[in-house]
Design a protein around this ligand. Sequence first.
Ligand code: BMA
Length: 400
Amino acid sequence: MFHRTIACTALIITSLALTLTACKNPEIRETAAVPMTLINPDASAQTNALYRNLARVGQNHLLFGHQNTTAYGVSCRGDENRSDVKDIVGSYPAVFGWDLGDLERGDEKNLDSIRFDFVVDQIKNTYRRGGISTLSWHMLNPVSGGDSWDTSRAVGDVIPGGKSHQQLKDNLDAFIAFNQQPTFTDEQGQLQAIPIIFRPWHEHNGDWFWWGTKETREQDYIALWRFTVDYLINEHKQNNLIFAFSSDRGRNNLDEPESYLYGYPGDQYVDIIGLDNYWDLGHSGNKAPIAQRKADFIRSLELIANIAQKKHKIAALSEGGQETVPEDTFWTDMVLDSFASNKQTQSIAYFLVWRNANKARENTDHFYAPYSGHSSAKNFIKFYGSEFTLFEDQLPDMYH
Ligand code: BMA
C-alpha cells in the first residue's frame, strides 16, 4: 500500500514534471491525437522526442529556420554568435540549416567555405540552447568528380550493382564520421549523437543536380534513397537521424497532387514530407501576379500537409524564400498569412529560408533572411512577435 502510494506519487510528480517541461511556453499544448513514429525503430530517445515535439508544436506553430545563420550574414562574417536574424529580433532561428557539400572530398570546409569543425560546434551549441539542426548535402558528382550541378550520369552507377557503388559508400562513411562528432552526454552519463534532420538528395524532381531527372531514372533515384537510409540506419546504426524528403515546387503540378510523389521511396523510408519552394515566393521565372503566387503558395502548403496527414508524417517547407526580399511586408503578408490560413497550412512544422551570402566575400545579392537595416526588417520583427511563429528563444523543450 505504502509502496503503491509512493509509486503513484512518483508517477504524478513525473507526469507533472513532463507537463511542465513540455509547456515551458504555456501556449503550446498537445493537440495531435496519435503519436507519430520515426522510420527507425531504434532511434534515440532524444530523436524520438524531437519528432514527437515537432509534430505537436508544429500543429499550430511555424518554426522559423535559416541556412548558415551563424557562419556569416550579408554584412558580417566571422563575428562570433552573430546572425542576421538575431541582429534583428534578438533570437536565433529555431532551425539551423547547414550543408555537407565537399565533406566527401575530405575538405576542411564546405562548398560555401564554412569549416566542418565550426558546423560541429554550431550543432552542439544549438542543441544546448534547445534549437534544431538540419543538414543538406550538395554532394560532388561521384562519377565525374564535378560538382552537384554536373548532371552527367551518376545515380545508375552508384546504386547497388553499379560500377561506382563503392564511391557512394565511401561518401556515406564520410558523413557517418561527421555525424558522430556532434554529441552530448545524456542523463545516464552516456554519450549520444545530437538529433539531426537529414535531408539528402533534395529537389530530385528538378534537372539541375546529378541525382535529378536529367540522367536519372525514377527507380534508380528510389534505389539511391533506400540504400542511403538502409546503410545509415540498419548497417551503421545512425540513430539520431530524421529523414526529410524534399521535392521542388517548381516541378510539381498543383492540380495533380501525385506529382509530388515522383521519386518517393515509400513510407518506410521517409519521416518528413518536405517541399522546397522558391517558385511561388518570388522566383524570377514566375511571372504570375503576387495574388496568384500567394494562392499557389497556399495550395502548395496544403498539398504537403494533406500528403503528410495521410501518411501520418510531419510536413515542412524544407527550403525556400524570396531572394533579396524586395517585398517589404513579405514576412507577414506572404509567409505568415499563408501558413496561418487554414488548419492544413497551420500544421506545417517549419520553414527554412536559404542562406545570406556575405556581400564582401561573394559580391552578390543572394540572401533570403533580412539583415539589420534591410527594408523588410521591421516587418520581420512583427513576424517574430506573432504567436504563430517560433524562434529559438520561444521554443518549448523539444528533446524530452
Ligand atoms: C545554392 C546557392 C549556392 C550555394 C549552394 C549550397 O542554392 O546558395 O551559392 O553554394 O546553395 O549552399
